[in-house]
Design a protein around this ligand. Sequence first.
Ligand code: NDP
Ligand code: N5H
Length: 257
Amino acid sequence: MSELMKNKIIVVMGVANERSIAWGIAQSLHKQGAKLIFTYRKERSFEKLKSLLEKEDVKPLLTVACDVLDDQSLEQAFSTIKEEVGTIHGVVHSVAFADKDELKGEYVDTSREGYLLAQNSSAFSLVAVAREAKKCMDQGGSIVTQTYIGSVRVVKNYNVMGVAKAALEANVRYLAEDLGKYGIRVNAVSAGPIRTLAAKGVSGFNQIMSKIEENAPLRKNVDQGEVGDATMFLLSDLSRGVTGDIIHVDAGYHIMG
Ligand code: NDP
Ligand code: N5H
C-alpha cells in the first residue's frame, strides 16, 4: 500500500452519514495514511460519524463541533485543533445548505433570506474556514471544497445553490491568490450527482442521473470513492503545482455540448 498522505494531518468537515462525499474523502485519505480530524454540526451527524469510525476502524486525532454559520463556533473549533493537535496540512470543506423551498420552481422567486442563507452556508463558509485554518497551517497546505456544474450552467431546481456555487468557485480563486504566498493551495472538485442526504428528496435527481449515464463520455455516474481519490490528490504533494483550480470528477459530462 502506498502512503501518499503519510505525516499529513487533514481536517474533514461535512460527514453526515456513510453516503456523505466527505466520508468517501476520509476513506481515501485514511487509505493513504493521513491522520484525520473531523468536524460536524448536528449531534445526529456526530453519532453517525462515531459509528462509522468504529466500523471502519479509523482512529481520528480529534472530533470537534463546528457550525460554519457561527464565527464563535469556527474560532473555537480551530483553536481546539491548534491546542490539541498543532499544525495541520489540509482541510476538506464539504459543506453546503439551502432551504428546501428554494430548490424548486423559478429562481426569480428566490427570497432574500434564502439567498443569504445559501451564500452564507455554502460560499462565505469557505472564506471563514480558510481564515481560521490558516492559523494552524504554518507549513503550508491544501484546502479543497466541493462544487457542482450548476455554478456555470442553468440546472433545473439547483437555483439558489447554483449561484452560491458560482460564488464558491470565485472564492477558490481569490483565496488561492491570497494564501499562495504562505504555501497554501485552494482548489475545488466539481462532482457529478451522487445520492447523499443533501440530495435526498430534491426533485429531478433521478432524471439527471440517467442523463449522465446516457451522455457522459464514460457512460456512468461517479461515486464517493472517485471524488474521494481526486480530493486526496489535491490534498497530497502530487498536486503541489495546482491552485485556484476546479477539477471535474463527473465522468467527463462537463465537456459535452
Ligand atoms: P451530505 O448531506 O452528506 O453533507 C452535507 C454536509 O453539510 C452535512 O455534513 C452537514 O452537516 C453540513 N452542513 C450544512 N450546513 C452546515 C453548517 N452550517 N455548519 C457545518 N456543517 C454544515 O451531502 P453531500 O456529501 O452531497 O454534500 C457535500 C458537498 O458536496 C456539498 O458542498 C454539496 O453541495 C457538494 N456536492 C454534492 C453533490 C451530490 O450530488 N451529492 C454533487 C456536487 C457537489 P450537519 O448535517 O451536521 O448539519
Ligand atoms: C440539480 C440538482 C437537484 C436539485 C438541487 C439540489 C441541491 C442540493 C444542495 C443542498 C446542499 C441541499 C440542501 O441543503 C438540502 C436541505 O435543504 C435539506 N436537507 C438537510 O437538511 C440534510 C438533513 C442535511 C444533511 O443537508 C445539508 N445540506 O446540511 C443537483 C443534484 C443533481 C446534485 C447535488 C445534490 C448537488 C449538491 O450541491 O449537493
